[in-house]
Design a protein around this ligand. Structure first.
Ligand code: NPQ
Ligand code: MG
Length: 368
């Protein structure tokens, strides 16, 4: 397969409600879609970056710049390009994992479409549908939070994840546990605490949580290990796990017992599978995280979540959790599950009218 070029589409999708985390509030999903054009097929990838570098150091316009200036040109002149050859061709460029993942996914999608194979099959999926959880942002009040959670439980979500931060932790968690009883419940701090907060975090053990996600800074694996020695609730890492090697290190240090896998954060779906494999070898459960994806990114996440080691419900929510109108046919919750696409590649494509409605700029990056 030979790459002809990549179209970078800048999109802005209004969210059904603002999503607040310890690092900021998002009301419009501003990111990139990539359309890879090859001599065999076209492929799509979605970038996890958002308008500002708040989740990681990457942001949408920075990702577009590194893609047009460095990453896409590095794929020129490769006569036998396929999904597996993207990461080696990009490896001399440091970091920029969200951008690299988007490009690898677009090439992988084109490659698989050309061969008529689904991404789920290529990755080693064993399920036809995946259990879904939902991530619930920080609310203005506890009554408002309880209303939101009740709505998601009525929708059928199989587990609830509450975003927490200092000042919004024990009381909202207690209120949800008391009101809804024995639901599957977990929390995500997005690195909002420090080692000095360890005594405070131990109080979370009172609420029978499935896990506490990324309580401490991403580079503090030893802090997570110290917390893990005192906390009964399993620690799950998100931001800290940037590669399969990082997963192996974190597990060996005792910094986590569960891993959140987001393909964007680790540079792509192929590295995601390696993390899945490392975790499986250590008996560490994994689940699929989310970055407020449109149907393009969501389709690929659902394929990944169908692998055997994904034994916990992911942040693989239905389209309507985030958007009134998705770019693809909407992903719908059926008995708490999303169906895994079976068509070639990621198995979905943007609807042209809806794509035009939410595209704010597009640029064609040719390769020779
Ligand atoms: C997490 N996701 O698990 C992330 C955080 C997150 C679903 O909780 C724009 C882009 C906004 C990426 C908000 C969920 C975001 C974002 C939150 C990622 O930590
Ligand atoms: Mg997280």
């Amino acid at each position: 397969m030979r790459l002809r070029g990549v179209e970078i589409l800048h999109i802005a999708m209004p969210l059904v409600g603002a999503f607040r985390t310890s690092f900021g509030t998002e009301a419009v999903r501003e990111t990139l879609l990539l359309r890879a054009v090859t001599d065999e097929a076209e492929g799509w990838g979605e970038c996890g970056a958002s308008e500002a570098p708040l989740y990681s150091g990457e942001y949408t316009l920075g990702a577009a710049d590194v893609l047009r200036r460095h990453l896409i040109p590095a794929l020129s002149g490769l006569p036998d390009l396929d999904g597996h050859r993207v990461a080696p061709a990009l490896s001399r460029f440091k970091e920029n994992r969200l951008a690299k993942a988007a490009l690898e996914t677009a090439i992988l999608d084109a490659d698989l479409r050309g061969r008529g194979e689904s991404l789920s099959h290529a990755l080693g999926a064993v399920r036809t549908s995946v259990p879904s959880g939902v991530s619930v942002g920080i609310a203005d009040s506890i009554p408002e939070l309880l209303d939101t959670v009740e709505g998601y439980l009525d929708d059928g979500y199989l587990r609830i994840k509450l975003k927490i931060e200092p000042g919004w932790d024990l009381e909202p968690v207690r209120a949800v546990r008391e009101r809804f009883g024995d639901i599957m419940l977990q929390v995500d701090a997005n690195a909002a605490y420090e080692r000095a907060d360890i005594d405070h975090l131990l109080a979370l053990d009172a609420f029978a949580l499935s896990l506490v996600e990324q309580p401490l800074p991403m580079d503090d694996l030893l802090g997570h290990a110290a917390l893990a020695r005192r906390l009964a609730t399993p620690i799950c890492l998100d931001e800290s796990i940037l590669s399969a090697r990082a997963a192996a290190t974190a597990i060996e240090l005792g910094a986590c017992r569960i891993v959140n896998i987001k393909a964007g954060r680790v540079g792509g779906y192929l590295e995601s599978r390696r993390i899945h494999d490392v975790c499986a070898a250590h008996g560490v459960p994994v689940w699929c995280g989310g970055m407020l994806e449109t149907g393009i990114g969501r389709a690929a996440n659902v394929a990944l979540a169908a692998l055997p080691g994904f034994t916990l419900p992911g942040d693989t929510s239905a389209s309507e959790r985030y958007f009134d109108e998705d770019l693809t046919e909407p992903f719908r919750l059926v008995d708490g599950h999303l169906e895994v696409p079976t068509g070639p590649g990621i198995g979905v494509a943007p609807d042209p009218d809806r794509l035009a409605r939410y595209t704010v700029a597009r640029e064609w990056v040719p390769v020779s």
